[in-house]
Design a protein around this ligand. Structure first.
Ligand SMILES: Nc1ncnc2c1ncn2[C@@H]1O[C@H](COP(=O)(O)OP(=O)(O)OP(=O)(O)O)[C@@H](O)[C@H]1O
Ligand SMILES: [Mg+2]
Length: 271
């Protein structure tokens, strides 16, 4: 039985359901009743003004922070306040707004230590099934090199991660998540601060992920990107879900325009 059997069991429903989740830091209600669903095999954008609580939502869904109240389901499984590594094993991976590469390791090593379900985690396997581990290590290495090839980092595989440029670090961040074969991949501003050519490339990579069956929820400020690659949009404002729908529908929504889209919307997409 695979860990994510229950996640894929509800194959028709949303991959993730988030009901009225809240999180306060001291007196600040960072997330204040956010409720939304993430449809399976789609790319959904999570947008909203700075400080709306987007990153905090990703932290709550991935188990990096504890939820105060509310519920989160991944497929049929209640993952509310489940430990982070268990959520990862269920197939939910995330990237960080500020890249978190392991700077002392090489690019390749960063992928090899990325979280994944490994036979090597079991003591029984370590002592009694060394050959299984060797085979798994070899498979991991092959997979890591393949991913680095795909994401244009192969030539840099032996470089220290700390020596990468900002854009390359973004690619490494994504590659590390891909290494774990996520079924739901949460991307926190994967294109922030990168040049237009790389934005284009990363957009293509995310579309490829979708084609391969990965569901993506991505925080994104660039509405041109949202328009080009995202199927649905969730608007968060002051920790609450303000609206959900297609970007074209949201452009007609006065509340959304006032809260967030205002200045950007009038300019329209600049292709
Ligand atoms: N660890 C923390 N301790 C205290 N306050 C926090 C913490 N993390 C977030 N906050 C506060 O919670 C609110 C939401 O922050 P969050 O980072 O989730 O917003 P965001 O929507 O991701 O913003 P941005 O678009 O700037 O990345 C902000 O007021 C922020 O200052
Ligand atoms: Mg953020």
């Amino acid at each position: 039985m695979r860990y994510d059997d229950n996640v894929s069991a509800a194959a028709d429903g949303p991959i993730l359901r988030c009901e009225a989740i809240t999180k306060a830091f001291g007196g600040v209600n960072a997330v204040n009743g956010a409720t939304f669903e993430v449809p399976r095999n789609k790319i959904t954008a999570l947008i909203g003004p700075n400080g709306a609580g987007k990153t905090t939502v990703v932290n709550l869904l991935s188990g990096a922070l504890k939820i105060d109240t509310g519920k989160v389901h991944l497929g049929n499984i209640d993952i509310t306040n489940m430990e982070r590594y268990k959520i990862a094993r269920l197939g939910l991976m995330r990237t960080f707004q500020l890249s978190r590469e392991l700077s002392g390791l090489t690019v390749l090593e960063n992928l090899l230590v990325a979280p994944k379900v490994q036979a090597g985690e079991s003591l029984f396997n370590i002592f009694f099934r060394p050959r299984l581990l060797q085979r798994e290590e070899k498979q991991n290495l092959e997979r890591a090199l393949e991913i680095l090839q795909t994401y244009g980092l192969y030539a840099l595989r032996d470089n220290r991660a700390s020596d990468l440029s900002g854009g390359q670090k973004k690619l490494l961040e994504i590659s590390r998540g891909v290494m774990a074969s996520p079924s739901l991949f949460l991307l926190d501003e994967p294109m922030a601060g990168v040049n237009p050519a790389l934005i284009e490339k990363i957009g293509g990579y995310i579309l490829d992920m979708k084609a391969q069956g990965v569901t993506v929820l991505m925080i994104e400020h660039n509405l041109n990107v949202v328009e080009r690659i995202c199927d649905n949009v969730i608007v968060l404002a002051e920790g609450r879900t303000l609206a959900t729908g297609k970007l074209s529908e949201l452009r007609e929504n006065k509340e959304v325009v006032t809260a967030y889209l205002g200045e950007i919307i009038n300019a329209g997409p600049s292709h």
